[in-house]
Write a protein that binds this ligand. Structure first.
Ligand SMILES: [Cu+2]
Length: 118
């Protein structure tokens, strides 16, 4: 039974990979996903696996209390979305993004980063 499950899982991997490539997923971010940075970043930059539709792609950055610490309006260029940050101190911050890729599929995700001494 267990062997069958493993085989089934392996069979689905190529399909999942193909589907993932067809949408705009987060490829990498600055600050890095889950990282701790020594000094406060002035912006968050998200790079996606596909070009984005600027009008329908957004990102919000919130502090530990859920208060917005971003400058309000993301700018999108190609597969990159960036948003400026207010002056932030040490703490944990959450980045919530929504993306509409040029193939009209929506994706969303979130991650956090920390400012302060690791
Ligand atoms: Cu897609």
């Amino acid at each position: 039974m267990r062997k069958l499950l493993v085989i089934a899982a392996l069979l689905f991997v190529p399909l999942a990979t193909t589907a993932a490539r067809a949408h705009a997923f987060l490829d990498h971010a600055s600050p890095l996903v889950g990282s701790t940075v020594a000094s406060a970043p002035r912006e968050v930059v998200l790079t996606f696996t596909q070009n984005l539709e600027p009008a329908f792609s957004t990102v919000e950055v919130t502090d530990g209390n859920g208060a917005r610490v971003d400058q309000g309006k993301a700018s999108v260029s190609g597969n990159t979305m960036r948003i400026g940050l207010k002056a932030i101190g040490a703490g944990s911050y959450k980045v919530n993004w929504h993306a509409l890729s040029v193939d009209t599929h929506t994706t969303q995700g979130s991650f956090s980063f920390r400012v302060g001494n690791p």
